[in-house]
Design a protein around this ligand. Structure first.
Ligand code: SF4
Ligand code: SF4
Length: 139
């Protein structure tokens, strides 16, 4: 019998795919244990889900192939997004697009936008929306 493993996945749902019961199928059809620990819908109604899936390598791969048929992008977290602090104006535009707490605005008079790399799941939303090119991807 194949070994059971756990993978962390980030799923990006385009606007039209947000309502589909994909997670239900991962559990029912692919016999995976799913632990959702972050979910967010952006102002443009795109959806992000960060989850752990536990099952055999074959089950997980089959489920990823299934998910991709719905035009859903699957990322494996690997820390490739950086922010250039010299370019960042702390405008805050990226913050509502970030599906995790990787980009947050500090309270207080300075109102700085802090980038916490440990929380980043490389969804690339900030890379797309930053007007100043402060966020870049290494891939
Ligand atoms: S959108 Fe760009 S410039 Fe504005 S706070 Fe975010 S990273 Fe900084
Ligand atoms: S890529 Fe940018 S928007 Fe996405 S999680 Fe990382 S910091 Fe947040």
């Amino acid at each position: 019998m194949s070994e059971t493993i756990t993978r962390k996945l980030m799923l990006y749902f385009p606007k039209c795919e947000c309502e589909k019961p994909i997670i239900y199928h991962l559990v029912k059809d692919y016999d995976l244990i799913v632990n959702i620990f972050r979910a967010k819908v952006t102002p443009e109604e795109e959806g992000y889900l960060v989850l752990d899936v536990t099952g055999t390598e074959e089950q997980i791969q089959a489920s990823i192939d299934f998910v991709k048929t719905f035009n859903v992008t699957v990322n494996f977290s690997g820390k490739g997004v950086t922010r250039d602090n010299d370019r960042c104006t702390h405008c805050g535009y990226c913050v509502p697009y970030c599906p995790t707490d990787a980009l947050i605005i500090t309270n207080g008079a300075t109102r700085e936008v802090i980038y916490n790399e440990d929380e980043c799941i490389e969804c690339l939303a900030c890379v797309r929306v930053c007007p100043f090119g402060a966020c870049t991807a290494a891939f």
